[in-house]
Ligand binder design. Structure first.
Ligand SMILES: C[S@@+](CC[C@H](N)C(=O)[O-])C[C@H]1O[C@@H](n2cnc3c(N)ncnc32)[C@H](O)[C@@H]1O
Length: 185
C-alpha cells in the first residue's frame, strides 16, 4: 500500500513498516494508540492480513485532549484540544473500502482503558498520542504486555512542537530495563 499521511512522514512510515514487519514471527498482536484517520493502521493491517495476528487500534475519536504544562511550546500552539477529530465510523469505512480485515477499534480516552481492553500479548506497538499524559497512559498500558524482542515505537519523541512526548518517555523509562526494543521516532 502507498504512503498517505499528514501526521507521519514517508520516511518515518517506512521505518514503522520495517519494524512492524520484523515482529511477524513473534507471539502477540499489534497495537496503535492514537490511530486518528487510520493511515498507519491501514498499512499495519495490510502487513498482518496473511498472518494469524490481530490489530487493535485506539482513539478518543473526539480529537486531542487538553494539554498539560509539560506539553506547552510555542511551536506546538496548533495542537489544540479537539483537533484531529475523526469518527470511529469513518475509520471503519476506510478498512471496508480497502478490503482489509477490520481491526479491533476502541473508542476511549487512554486514561480510561483497563489492561483487559488490550491484547494479552503485544509484539508491536505504535504510540502516537502526541501529549505527555497520552504517552504516559499508553506506556503504562502497553509496556507490561510487550513480548521479548517485540518492538514499541514512540512517535514525535524529537518533535519540538510536542515536548510532552519525550518528557513522558524519559520519566517512564528511568531506572527500568526492558527485554523488548523501544524505538523513538
Ligand atoms: C497524531 S494523531 C495519530 C496519527 C496516526 N497514528 C497516524 O499514523 O496517522 C493522534 C491521535 O491520538 C488521539 N489521542 C491523543 N491523546 C489521546 C488520549 N489521551 N486518549 C485517546 N486518544 C488520544 C487523538 O484523538 C488523535 O487522533
Amino acid at each position: 500500500m502507498a504512503w498517505k499521511n499528514d501526521q507521519v512522514s514517508e520516511k518515518e512510515t517506512a521505518k514503522i513498516i520495517e519494524l512492524a514487519s520484523s515482529c511477524l514471527d513473534l507471539e502477540g498482536d499489534y497495537v496503535e494508540m492514537g490511530c486518528y484517520k487510520g493511515d498507519t493502521s491501514l498499512l499495519l493491517a495490510d502487513i498482518l492480513k496473511e498472518f494469524d495476528k490481530e490489530l487493535w487500534i485506539y482513539d478518543s475519536f473526539e480529537g486531542l485532549p487538553e494539554k498539560c504544562e509539560e506539553d506547552e511550546s510555542v511551536l506546538g500552539k496548533d495542537f489544540k484540544s479537539g483537533a484531529l477529530f475523526v469518527t470511529k465510523r469513518e475509520v471503519k469505512q476506510r478498512f471496508l473500502r480497502a478490503n482489509l480485515p477490520l481491526p479491533v477499534i476502541k473508542k476511549a480516552w487512554f486514561q480510561d482503558l483497563e489492561p483487559d481492553d488490550l491484547p494479552g500479548k503485544i509484539a508491536f506497538a505504535f504510540l502516537d498520542g502526541d501529549f505527555y499524559e497520552s504517552i504516559k497512559d499508553s506506556l503504562k498500558l502497553v509496556v507490561p504486555k510487550m513480548v521479548k524482542d517485540g518492538v514499541l515505537v514512540v512517535h514525535d519523541y524529537s518533535n519540538p512542537a510536542l515536548p510532552g512526548v519525550s518528557k513522558a518517555v524519559d520519566e517512564y523509562v528511568s531506572g527500568k530495563s526492558f527485554d523488548f526494543k523501544m524505538m523513538l521516532l
